[in-house]
Design a protein around this ligand. Structure first.
Ligand SMILES: [Zn+2]
Length: 77
């Protein structure tokens, strides 16, 4: 089964360490460079604490999941 590559950031809210999925890149095919896919700054909403924060490109990390994004998944950029 192919893995799915997402980009995530860790929520900035104090006490909330939720990893927020900010973008679905697609089926994973071994790419190791992904930061160029993000703008320098972007806003992301945390579904856990309901706060929106500003993040920078360097804060992004890759996440591999078995499932494709759910219906209604919204990219932050
Ligand atoms: Zn949060």
């Amino acid at each position: 089964m192919a893995k799915h590559l997402f980009l995530a950031v860790t929520c900035r809210t104090l006490g909330c360490t939720t990893g927020c999925m900010v973008k679905y890149v697609g089926p994973y095919s071994g790419e190791s460079k992904f930061q160029h896919l993000a703008p320098e700054w972007f806003m992301s909403f945390c579904g856990e604490c309901k706060q929106t924060h500003r993040y920078k490109r360097e804060e992004i990390y890759p996440v591999l999941r078995d499932e494709a994004p759910p219906v209604g998944f919204e990219s932050a950029f």
